[in-house]
Ligand binder design. Structure first.
Ligand SMILES: Nc1ncnc2c1ncn2[C@@H]1O[C@H](COP(=O)(O)OP(=O)(O)O)[C@@H](O)[C@H]1O
Ligand SMILES: [Mg+2]
Length: 267
């Protein structure tokens, strides 16, 4: 596990808070005035139709793209956009499992686990044996890849969709992240693999961390999340605490939203 750094420990109310975040891609207003705060041990489900802005929002939170306007606070401290990047988000212990392929196809597993965060000796050389050993331990003991013919030297291209998500999730576990963001991690998975991802989300909660979980399967997020945030055409249109809506009510709400053709302000 990585050492605790001063700015990542201590007392804080929100692991991340966004204020008035807007982002346009040319004429497309992907995000419009997003206000959002995630508590330090909160599991927040982010839902909404394709194109609603879910992936764009998490890309802003994790330093992949810079918004057109708005503010970001991490552990209650303002972020300077000019110094915010994926690397900085990693350093602040945010880990993201992206919807798009985020692993190097031809690279062995151990390289993928440590990409961007190599273990080096004092001369700057990568400690290959140590990375390989940790990768094998992660595969066998944490991810349950036992006896399926996969080890630290297997290449990513040999893995199924679920196994790839497992690697990305294993990375988040190893680096002891405080905020883990999953962008539709179950979309291409078999049912048995979906269960593993859901168990992992539960373990994030149990270990005191926070999670933003983007999921198209409403039953899954409804069952797991402390709070659900609904995005519609770049705006937050509902913020629903666990227990406030049944799954049926939630489903109806989203269908009505789709049919209304335009966003209605709720909550
Ligand atoms: N790199 C990009 N360039 C141009 N438009 C984009 C880009 N990424 C996303 N968009 C557009 O922004 C909107 C929100 O997309 P996205 O955040 O991917 O939605 P979601 O993840 O909710 O399906 C969509 O209209 C999408 O086409
Ligand atoms: Mg998306």
């Amino acid at each position: 596990m990585m050492d605790k750094q001063p700015e990542t420990g201590g007392a804080y109310q929100h692991i991340v808070r966004a204020e008035g975040i807007s982002l346009s891609y040319g004429k497309i207003r992907a995000l419009q005035g997003i206000d959002l705060a995630i508590g330090r041990n909160e599991i927040v489900g982010l839902i909404g139709d394709n194109g609603a802005g879910k992936s764009t929002l998490i890309k802003v939170l994790t330093g992949v793209v810079r918004p057109t306007s708005g503010k970001l606070y991490i552990r209650d401290k303002p972020v300077d956009w000019t110094h915010y990047s994926v690397r900085e988000a990693h350093r602040l212990r945010f880990e993201t499992v992206y919807q798009e392929k985020s692993l190097g196809e031809k690279q062995p597993l151990w390289r993928n686990i440590f990409v961007g965060r190599q273990i080096t000796n004092r001369f700057g050389f990568i400690k290959v044996a140590e990375e390989r050993r940790i990768a094998n331990d992660l595969l066998k003991n944490q991810l349950g890849f036992r006896g399926v013919g996969i080890d630290a030297d297997s290449t990513i291209s040999k893995l199924s969709g679920g196994e790839r998500q497992g690697i990305a999730i294993g990375r988040a576990m190893h680096f002891d992240s405080d905020l883990i963001i999953l962008d539709e991690p179950t979309v291409a998975l078999a049912i048995s693999e979906v269960r593993k991802v859901l168990d992992f989300v539960r373990s994030i909660k149990a270990s005191g961390r926070a999670c933003i979980y983007i999921e198209h399967n409403l039953a899954h997020v409804h069952a797991l999340a402390d709070r659900l945030i609904v995005l519609d055409r770049g705006r937050i249109v509902a913020d629903i605490k666990s227990g406030e809506m049944t799954l049926e009510e939630l489903t109806k709400f989203l269908i009505d939203l789709q049919q209304s053709g335009h966003a209605v302000g709720v909550g």
